[in-house]
Ligand binder design. Structure first.
Ligand SMILES: [Zn+2]
Length: 410
């Protein structure tokens, strides 16, 4: 990676650690998201107490760890607790959605310091969208009295498939103009920091697994339902990306070979039949056929219908709106049942903009999954709403970036 740095500017420290033990210590303290004692680190690592202690001392000297009070002790000397200080540096966490951008500054420990979100249209292409992202980062840095040099890593979630090796978006169906756009290079020059890019559902899964309802759950699936549909799969406590990085692309599983044409070019993909645009099309059909006065009124007042309006109409007992939501939920659940049969997860988390439209959707997904899976696979399978949403994306982007810069030099 080449960095064009102004004279006098600090060299990027990447990776941040000097060896595998240091990398493990930083990753462990980060994963715990609370102050950790040396004794606990030694116990969990399998390394000797002397080795851990020596590397902790070097990490404290490097400013990556700080002593934060004393551990509870049962006799003997009380050991101090270690945490990741704010002064270690910052992470810029970016969540690009089809219709919105979220930007956050976090500590290296992935604690959110400042956050901004606004509407955006990903179809305008990478330059205007990422240009605005850069402006937001600058504003957030100013608010924190920090400079671009304080940023140690940048994490980005995007609503399309990302080739892991290159970090490039690859033929993203709902992001025309972003195909193979060099996202990493876009930030080089202003930020002497490595850029980690991944699909938004993967990033949200990582966020929810680190600090949300999925914390401590080793086998889980995060499903994002919005303008598109995607999922992030955690197996054995780690994100499963697959060989190219596109594992979990639930939205382009075909549910009806004769269905409508999808943005990807195939027919009857789950996304084309159950995501927000498909729900809106169904709602518009209701209105045309005179089956929903509630939705007809909304359309007349606003000039358009959104998934949120359909949820609101369903809450007001509009039969057509409920049918539209139940149809989506059933299709999503049907597809998820196949995933459950293959992966046997212990938790399914539902997130994304459309997930907020109310309980009808969640209830329908649940009943569809439970109905179509073997009893053994669903005996202990909660299907719940995301806890971090709408911040799951920026939290996950921060976690992914932190884990990336902790990696030991190879
Ligand atoms: Zn498709």
């Amino acid at each position: 990676m080449s960095h064009r740095l102004a004279t006098g500017e600090a060299r990027p420290r990447y990776p941040l650690t000097e060896n595998r033990v240091q990398a493990w210590i930083m990753a462990h303290v980060h994963a715990e998201a609370r102050p950790v004692s040396r004794a606990e680190l030694t116990g969990a690592s399998g390394s000797s107490r002397g080795k851990i202690s020596a590397e902790v001392t070097r990490l404290v000297e490097a400013g990556l760890l700080v002593e934060e009070g004393l551990a509870q002790s049962e006799g003997g000397r009380r050991s101090s607790l270690l945490g990741i200080p704010r002064s270690a540096g910052l992470i810029a966490a970016i969540d690009i959605g089809a219709t919105s951008i979220d930007v956050a500054l976090t500590t290296l420990g992935s604690e959110i310091l400042a956050h901004r979100d606004e509407l955006a249209d990903v179809r305008f292409g990478p330059q205007p969208v990422l240009g605005r992202v850069k402006e937001l980062i600058s504003e957030l840095l100013e608010g924190q009295d920090a400079s671009p040099r304080d940023i140690l890593a940048i994490g980005v979630g995007v609503p399309g498939p990302v080739e892991q090796a290159s970090g490039l978006l690859t033929v993203p169906p709902i992001m025309p103009g972003w195909d193979r756009f060099p996202m990493r290079d876009f930030f080089v020059g202003e930020y002497a920091a490595p850029v980690f890019v991944d699909n938004d559902a993967n990033v949200m899964a990582v966020g929810e697994h680190w600090g949300g309802v999925g914390k401590g759950v080793d086998d889980m699936i995060f499903v994002k339902i919005g303008t598109g549909i995607g999922s992030g799969i955690i197996i054995g406590g780690r994100l499963h990306r697959g060989i190219q990085g596109c594992a979990g692309d639930l939205g382009h599983v075909s549910v009806d070979p004769n269905g409508p044409t999808c943005t990807c070019g195939n027919r009857g993909c789950l996304e084309a039949m159950a995501a927000a645009p498909a729900m809106v099309l169904e709602a518009e059909r209701c209105i045309r056929e005179g089956n929903s006065t509630v939705l007809a009124d909304v359309l007349r007042e606003q000039g358009e219908i959104t998934a949120r309006d359909i949820g609101e109409a369903a809450r007001r007992s509009d039969y057509c709106a409920s049918t539209v939501i139940r149809r989506s939920g059933a299709l999503i659940g049907q597809t998820l049942a196949a995933v459950v049969s293959v992966l046997n997860p212990s938790l399914i988390i539902i997130g994304g903009g459309v997930s907020h439209i109310g309980n009808v959707l969640l209830a329908e997904i649940r009943s569809s999954v439970y109905q179509r899976s073997l009893p053994l696979a669903t005996r202990n399978l909660p299907i719940v709403m995301s806890e971090l949403d709408p911040l799951a994306g920026v939290v996950g982007a921060s976690v992914m970036a932190a884990e990336g810069v902790f990696k030991a030099p190879s």
